[in-house]
Design a protein around this ligand. Structure first.
Ligand code: AMP
Length: 224
């Protein structure tokens, strides 16, 4: 495949981050997760971070005009010349349109939008049990990946916290936002013939295998 311009779609907690990091290693492509970029900006106290924080704490999306430039800059960069993996962007039809125009301007197109499909109940179960290391962001889960000592990071010994946006009322709001603003992108990419669905309720390893299999199929089709 000449280029792999990949979008990971799915509700919060569907495993986009886990899969994105694996794909980044497999394909040696830059991985851009807007949630991580924004959290880093908040931690650094940059102008972007100061603007984004109040929206993020509420579980609302930051405005399109704030985030579109952040991604456009990266997609245009030399690092992304052979492709990229996007996680958490686009999240609205406005963002998807902007990305489409950006790609067209560069003479490129989206190779695939992979929907990692997970039910709302599963999202609440996954995110509600998530504990994040206050110092380095390592993630544990009270059921699936418990730390050896309750509320203490195994890796660096710092305190584990519930991220503000993993609190139950915020999770519910993030899900509503997903259904209202982001779910329409499933149709958007289906209409453009690039949507691929993967069952996100499976074990992470299996989800990863299926994504790699569908990308391999795309590559074969391209070579035919
Ligand atoms: P995530 O880690 O992807 O769930 O993102 C955490 C938060 O960052 C979201 O709840 C939003 O407030 C914000 N965010 C991340 N990506 C976007 C985006 N593409 N558009 C708007 N807000 C975003």
């Amino acid at each position: 495949m000449s280029e792999l311009n990949l979008i990971l779609l799915g509700p919060p907690g569907s495993g986009k981050g886990t899969q994105g990091e694996r794909l980044q290693e497999d394909f040696r492509l830059p991985y851009y997760a807007t949630g991580d970029i924004l959290r880093a900006a908040v931690a650094e106290g940059t102008e972007l971070g100061r603007t984004a924080k109040e929206y993020m704490d509420r579980g609302d999306l930051v405005p399109d005009e704030v985030i579109i430039g952040v991604i456009a800059e990266r997609v245009e960069g030399a690092e992304a010349a052979d492709g990229f993996i996007l996680d958490g962007f686009p999240r609205t039809v406005g963002q998807a349109d902007a990305l489409g125009e950006e790609m067209e301007g560069l003479g490129r197109s989206i190779t695939a939008a992979v929907l990692i499909d997970v039910s709302d109940e599963e999202v609440v179960r996954r995110l509600g049990g998530r504990r994040t290391c206050a110092k380095n962001g390592h993630i544990f889960h009270v059921d699936f990946d418990p730390p050896k000592n309750e509320d203490v990071c195994d890796i660096c010994g710092a305190r584990l916290i519930v991220r503000d946006d993993d609190k139950p009322e915020v999770i519910r709001h993030r899900l509503e936002t997903y259904h209202e603003k982001t779910k329409p992108l499933v149709d958007f990419y289906e209409e453009r013939g690039v949507l691929k669905r993967v069952d996100g309720s499976l074990e992470p390893e299996e989800v990863g295998n299926r994504i790699r299999a569908l990308l391999a199929t795309l590559r074969m089709e391209e070579e035919l």
